[in-house]
Ligand binder design. Sequence first.
Ligand SMILES: Nc1ncnc2c1ncn2[C@@H]1O[C@H](COP(=O)(O)OP(=O)(O)OP(=O)(O)O)[C@@H](O)[C@H]1O
Ligand SMILES: [Mg+2]
Length: 224
Amino acid sequence: MNALELTDVRKVYTMGDGSDVVALDHATLTVGGDEIVALVGPSGSGKTTLCSIAGGILKATAGRIVVAGEDISGYGDRELTRFRQRMVGFVFQSVNLVPFLTARENLMVVDELGQRRGKLAQQRADELLEELGLADRAKNLPAQLSGGQRQRVAVGRALMNDPRLVLFDEPTSALDTKLGEQVMELIRTEMKRRGTAAIVVTHDERITQFCDRSVHITDGVLAG
Ligand SMILES: Nc1ncnc2c1ncn2[C@@H]1O[C@H](COP(=O)(O)OP(=O)(O)OP(=O)(O)O)[C@@H](O)[C@H]1O
Ligand SMILES: [Mg+2]
């Protein structure tokens, strides 16, 4: 089953002065069940908008959005919240870890919204931290981690609820080249191990070599 099917998706933002910005137009994109797709395009081209719509953070103006067989096009806010918890993981450029929680707690906090509780959530968090090479950092606060380690915690957090699709919005842009490649290597390994699909937003052509396929976007329009 495909992880994502976007059909003719359109997003128009209406500004305070009544003018419209077309951020996404006739976007049609299929991401296979375990495919890693790079989404490449200049600043303002609609990459974050596309990811936000695919992940149910943002509602499209028109078009059809199907994630792992589930059509979310008509969902209201509550359905979208439930959908996000069950089906998608997000990793943002600005890692967004909670500064006063440890690495382990940053993973567990996702799960309070999800299915596991207490001990089970901790077990799951520790498993993931181990896989990500962070077992000995479980009790560190984000400020006590390196940039690459923080990014790995963010990857772990995105995987807590076994998502069908993980959306990485410029996951390496705050890292130097070498660290960025290490994080991409890790992302690829973790996605392939799980058979989980991903979209990786990037400006950086070097990052695309870690993906199965690249899709380019310019002014809200996709090109294969
Ligand atoms: N909330 C909003 N209200 C109005 N316009 C918006 C809003 N969010 C984004 N836009 C506009 O929509 C277009 C696409 O924005 P988007 O954030 O998707 O681009 P992007 O490709 O992620 O850019 P970047 O690489 O800089 O992150 C831009 O022209 C942007 O100014
Ligand atoms: Mg963006």
